[in-house]
Ligand binder design. Structure first.
Ligand SMILES: [Zn+2]
Length: 69
């Protein structure tokens, strides 16, 4: 495949598909910022912005930047 053919292949993708891909990437990026792993059990929990939160799976508290395991 030449570079021109590759460019034509990219340009032939429907704009809707590009929009879905961008929205998925943006959503994943925002989700990655809003969630974190529980430092105790590894469960997906809300990211702490300030103070402490309690994991609903293991019941232990965690805070921003805490590294236990
Ligand atoms: Zn936990």
């Amino acid at each position: 495949m030449t570079s021109v053919e590759a460019l034509e292949a990219v340009l032939s993708v429907p704009p809707a598909v590009v929009g879905v891909v961008l929205a998925t990437g943006l959503g994943f990026f925002l989700g990655w910022r809003a969630w974190q792993r529980c430092p105790h059990c590894g469960w997906l929990v809300r990211r702490v912005t300030e103070g402490w939160r309690r994991c609903r799976v293991c019941g232990r508290q965690y805070r921003r930047g805490l590294r236990v395991r």
